[in-house]
Design a binder for this molecule. Structure first.
Ligand SMILES: Nc1ncnc2c1ncn2[C@@H]1O[C@H](COP(=O)(O)OP(=O)(O)OP(=O)(O)O)[C@@H](O)[C@H]1O
Ligand SMILES: [Mg+2]
Length: 460
């Protein structure tokens, strides 16, 4: 239901138009003069303005100007007496959407109202689209304003840069693997930015986050009526990414039924929207990422091997942070520069001892965990250099408070120490997922010493 403003100094016409509009199930709003009309247009939500041309005081042309100024997208229609067509043409040049000559039939009015409302809706939709695009662009600027660069000078990272340089300008499919938080999305964006498609869109899909049917329509779009709720055609991410890059995140989670469809797009760059017959062709570069081992998925029969080979044209494996601790100082500096302005602008760096703890930690959550740790430390830091005390407890590496409290039982010190040792070994063992060499490394002892202790405490 729409609201339509009728401005006319002739009461018969006002009432007549209002009746037609009510019959159409819309709400009429009437004004007997140009001034009154403009006031209503200013204070009420109006979808369409119909105004008489010849009125005392503010005439129709002045009303048009006023409305234009208030809301350029609001459709307007001018009522003219037979014979003043020239003025009407003039008015349309001024931006009136339509005009109505007196006398008029209800049918004509209905038609014109319906058309104007359609136009208004289309203008609103366009507006929304434009602002959505604008918003997305802003987001990219915000998210990547200077902080989209990959930090790290370790040999492992330099090898990654060399691959990016080599393959960015090709259209080859790239598959990025690596533990969670190692920077897969960052590398995907870097590939796009260094490619010939950098002016095109970078569109991401998280294949693990959506149910099968939803994922299919997100990827390939759907036609109007494809399923209940599909009231109009929707373009999928493949189409949105046309001319740019599509980032298929968590590609290992794609269900079997969609793997076939994806394989076809990879081979032919052609697909059909859900519920559609017509083939859609796209020019898209695929960058995939996963933190699962795709080879395991193939072996387990959950991932098609033909799709695997297509995706793995160029594999990039990001090293976990614990294998390149030499990158930690630069990363910390980078994250302080990124977060300090918002959380704690006084902080300029961190103390050597704090850096030492960061270097010694094993970072199961990789760079993301380091970034979070720095962000958290910034909040707690009381001086211009982050101290150990500001670091998250797991990283500080202090044993839990309860282990250090004086035991109430009758245990002697050696027993207490043994118990403490046993608990620490268990913890490290768990953290290392039962890998003995890793457990020993975490505890800072030789593997042989660990075997002795595992035996001593009957841990297996
Ligand atoms: N080498 C790096 N230099 C700078 N920032 C990095 C680096 N690696 C990762 N980051 C930052 O760490 C965070 C996590 O990175 P990203 O989202 O790319 O990880 P991911 O591998 O996609 O993780 P997940 O598998 O959990 O999705 C991001 O904020 C990213 O900017
Ligand atoms: Mg990611």
């Amino acid at each position: 239901m729409a609201t339509i403003l009728i401005i006319d100094d002739n009461e018969t016409i006002r009432v007549g138009l209002a009746q037609i509009i009510k019959k159409m199930d819309h709400t009429p709003l009437t004004a007997a003069s140009g001034y009154e009309g403009l006031e209503l247009a200013r204070t009420r939500e109006v979808d369409f303005v119909i105004t008489d041309l010849k009125m005392d005081g503010l005439d129709g042309v002045a009303v048009l100007r006023g409305v234009q100024e208030l809301e350029p997208d609001l459709p307007t229609m001018l009522i003219t007496a037979y014979g003043s067509v020239e003025t009407a043409v003039e008015a349309m040049k001024l931006g009136a959407f339509d005009f109505l000559t007196k006398p008029f039939s209800p049918e004509v009015v209905q038609l014109k109202v319906a058309r104007a409302l359609e136009l208004g809706a289309a203008r609103r939709a366009r507006q929304k689209l434009e602002s959505t695009c604008e918003y997305l662009q802003q987001q990219q600027v915000l998210r990547h304003g200077g902080y989209d660069k990959i930090v790290g000078t370790s040999d492992a990272m330099q090898a990654i840069y060399r691959i990016i340089d080599k393959v960015a300008k090709t259209d080859a499919t790239v598959a990025i693997t690596g533990e969670s938080g190692t920077g897969k999305e960052l590398v995907a964006r870097a590939l796009h930015n260094a490619s010939n498609r950098s002016q095109g869109p970078f569109i991401a899909v998280n294949c693990g986050a959506l149910a099968e049917t939803l994922l299919e329509s997100e990827l390939f779009g759907h036609e109007r009526g494809a399923f209940t709720g599909a009231v109009r055609r929707k373009l999928g991410r493949f189409e949105l990414a046309d001319g740019g890059s599509l980032f298929l995140d968590e590609v290992g989670d794609i269900p079997a039924s969609l793997q076939v469809k994806l394989l076809r797009v990879l081979q032919e760059r052609v697909f059909e929207r859900v519920g559609g017959e017509r083939s859609v062709k796209v020019d898209v570069r695929i960058i995939a990422a996963t933190n699962r081992s795709l080879t395991d998925e193939v072996e387990a029969g959950r991932f098609r091997d033909d799709l695997y080979y297509r995706l793995m044209m160029i594999p990039i494996t990001l090293p976990p942070l614990r294998e390149r601790p030499e990158d930690i100082p630069l990363l910390v500096e980078h994250f302080i520069a990124k977060h300090a302005p918002l959380t704690n602008p006084n902080v300029k760096g961190l103390r050597d001892e704090a850096l030492g703890r960061l270097m010694a930690y094993h970072w199961p959550g990789n760079v993301r965990e380091l970034e979070n740790a720095v962000a958290q430390a910034l909040v707690f830091s009381e001086s211009d250099h982050i101290e150990v005390t500001a670091l998250p407890t797991v990283i500080r590496g202090e044993p839990d408070g309860d282990q250090l409290s004086v035991p109430k039982g009758k245990m002697a010190l050696p027993e207490i120490l043994d118990e403490l040792e046993r608990q620490l070994i268990l913890k490290a063992f768990k953290r290392a997922k039962g890998v003995k060499t890793e457990t020993a490394r975490l505890l800072g002892i030789k593997t042989s010493a660990l075997y002795y202790k595992l035996d001593k405490y009957s841990i297996s």
